[in-house]
Ligand binder design. Sequence first.
Ligand code: ADP
Ligand code: MG
Length: 696
Amino acid sequence: MDNVNYLNRPVAKLTGIGAQTGRRLEKLGIRIISDLVFHLPIRYEDRTRIYPIGALMAGMTALVCGRVEFIDILPRGRKSLICRISDDTGFISLKFFHFSANQHNTLKPGTLISCFAEVRHGFSGLEMVHPDYQVIANPEAYMTETRLTPVYPLTEGLSQTAIRKAVKQALSLCSDDPQLLADWIPDAILKKYAYPSLMQAIQTLHAPDESVSIAALQNGSVPALKRLAFEELLAHHLSLRKTKNQAKAWQAPVFVGDDAVARQFLTSLPFKLTGAQQRVIADIAADCRSQHPMMRLVQGDVGSGKTLVSAYAALLALTAGYQVAVMAPTELLVEQHNRNFCTWFAGFDTQIVYLTGQLKGNARKDVLQRLADGSAGIIIGTHALFQEGVNFHRLGLIIIDEQHRFGVHQRMALREKGQQAGLRPHQLVMTATPIPRTLAMLQYSDLDISIIDELPPGRKPIVTSVIPAERREAVIDRINHWVGQKRQVYWVCTLIEESEVLQCEAAEKTAELLTLALPNVRVALIHGRMKSADKDAVMQAFKNHQLDLLVATTVIEVGVDVPNAGLMIIENPERLGLSQLHQLRGRVGRGEDDSYCLLMYQSPLSDTARQRLGILRDSNDGFVIAEKDLELRGPGEVMGTRQTGAVHFKIADLARDADLLEVIQQTGEQLFTESPHAIQPLCDRWLGTSTDYAEV
Ligand code: ADP
Ligand code: MG
């Protein structure tokens, strides 16, 4: 295949790279020649100037030139070769633990050599251990390097020399034939941001000349690096946008809506919609009237009333004669949605069924049957909705609650399930985890976004305090007092996420202790390992105020709704992310009375942890909290490892390159209109060809 770009060939095509080096490079993710081009140094060594020996200090890495004063083999302990060199300004010792007879011979007193290594304190003044050195036979002809020396990330068995050689070959291929490394960023954009061309950027980063400051290289502010990070972020954004454009080209059922039915639905509710809910409902209705699939994300703080908004979307689908699938991350949430939907749709002639992993045997068969024959209009379920055997009669709308718990692929997979007669279902996804706008562009560019930025009226802000676990007694008194006023309490036990078993055990123990400490309080326990029916019973009893204190693991993180519970104690909050804490805390503050959240930490608390908990104490706004969390911890953690959708970058670093996010979206638009041919190659370059979500 002669028309294959040479850079896409395996690295083994380069001279000096055999099977073994090839395997080692592969460990670094380097398979084809262009991978070498984009394998950037982690740091640089400055061999461009010679330091006076007298100016050296421990900790510096420097190039020096000097004459050998003496050389000696020290027999003490580990045999070593010691050699002292000096220039006009001072002397330094060189130390070798591995050496050859030849080395001993060439380093004769009087020989002029250059050395490069880190300087450290030794027995007799400063020393260099195993320096790179070179005998200077002809001082007139001696030249220092003209460019900084790149230091690449390595893997075992791979030397800097080997990888430098390989990269050099790859680069010289590029400079011989500039066509190989096409620059897909239009000149106008490069000019606008004063970015170098791709080739220049690559050259600069692998072999910076004297015009580049080593400090700028190290801290990532050099335009060459910014340009590559920009290109990579742009490619990620473009690939999501491309997915969105493709999806928007599909056909979807049209839900016209029926004003009389909508009125009946809304007037049957015990409350009036907030302005924000009305706005989002209007967005949704407009989406569903078009013959292309809705792909909408609704972001709204905990308690902002997202469920109702999704129920309205369901109403549109039902009115048009289509089925609705609602997917939620936990069984508890499924049960709660089920209750809400059953109440809200009581006056409508539709069957609501639910499906979780717990449902077995005939009950399950029955649900599947009703789905397949169309007698059930709404199905609410967990991941179980993906299972084989789940077939829809006429799926028209998919609702995904707490979307951050699902990956992009799961979202897509459910959509494929619903595809029939060339029509793809509409999709509504909801999240209470606010993503700062700039990050949303990278994570959710395939979706349109609506924000519910208003809470139902009458909600008072939750008063949050940060207290040490030593104050446990006082907290217990407070619970007693609180329960005496006929109000209810959550006590949340947190442990490290991985061990659900340990988490449940801790909660069991806490429940026992609290039962002993609070004889007049009705205490119950709820955790993730309980049977669904038992959880449901406990939750129902708590809701009915047959219980006062609910000890829980983080299973109650999402969605659970008991307005009379206005006090929450969270143990070890320092172990959780701010957004998760904010969600937990959102369980209180659902009624009209004051509500409180006590963050009871284990001392001592690190400075960052203290600051983070302080953010939570000072704000009740999920968006503000997410922004602050972003400043404090960097985007990786805000997006969270728990979030299956989090993106990994080769070069971009969201903390370092956050400034770029501002212009990515706008540049993306520009490319779609002015240089659409550049989009696919950019995505291929940075994401490979495997990430085409539309094909999932
Ligand atoms: P979230 O956005 O966190 O999913 P929910 O949908 O669970 O919030 O709503 C929280 C509570 O607010 C529920 O009890 C719901 O019935 C109630 N609610 C929703 N919309 C309104 C409204 N417009 N006015 C008053 N209460 C509302
Ligand atoms: Mg919810």
